[in-house]
Design a protein around this ligand. Sequence first.
Ligand code: PBG
Length: 327
Amino acid sequence: MAFPSTRMRRLRASASLRGLVRETDLRAGGLILPLFVVESDSEKGEIAAMPGVERLTVGEAVAEARSAAELGIAAVMLFGVPAEKDEQGSSAWDDEGAVQLATAAIKRELGELLVVTDVCLCEYTTHGHCGVVREDGGVDNDASLELLARTAVSHARAGADIVAPSDMMDGRVGTIRAELDADGFAEVPILAYSAKFASAFYGPFREAAGSAPAFGDRRSYQMDPANGREAVREALLDVQEGADMVMVKPALAYGDLIRAVKEATGMPVSAYNVSGEYAMVKAAAAAGYIDERATVLEILTSLRRAGADTIITYHAKDAARWLAEEI
Ligand code: PBG
């Protein structure tokens, strides 16, 4: 039956009807707020390309986590800005590092809020790559695994609820799982950055975390944005290695892969609405070109519709506030 007996507009006539047949919902409880935590107070402060986001001291991170929890946000995701960097990135697994101290402090004060930690070396290495750099300038996959696992264990020891490796080395999920299990952390889940692309959308993050590579780029380990089937293979491999949740990153230009990874794995899927995506919205809103609230809620809803169960987003607190107002 077609027009005139079928009229799609019938169910769009009022807010109540639209609400009744809405297919996708957005909840604060599915959002994860990333936080940048500094080791030394001199590193704290605003991030030019990310208005509203700051590098925080441990104490400030606890306060920010508290306000996220009060808004019903499920989790914070911690990134560290160390005082010292070296070739190997050794402050990544320092039990007194920024992420470790912030994790312990947040868990102590706000038991219910989940703490997810980003496991990577790029913020901690002088060269800014996500693994060990060989003499010829290449990133040594297998030599990096032990360091990543050590970092994950140190996060778990500090009380992390979930560890999230973002380095894109092959085999890191399996290595991290084995080390966590061996150290008594068999119950700590792994959220794998499974399909992480070599993306221009990470620009503002690298300013925030001071993690831009000193030479070269990340294309020998992060994925080629042209590849979709490969994203599914990456996710399936991470599941085989023991990932509990998988991620697609960035989010906005990758909705097809959120869907494909969801269908292929059946796992809880996370979408990372990254720094450059945030920066674009903030810049356009500040210029008066778009309505920030409507744009953010539309973007986050679209990621849920694509198949994301959880969304990592710098908009989390604003979105949670707006969602609470709508009820
Ligand atoms: C670390 C890491 C990055 C992001 C998350 N973890 C940067 C990168 O890979 O260069 C990007 C997050 C964002 O842009 O919001 N490897």
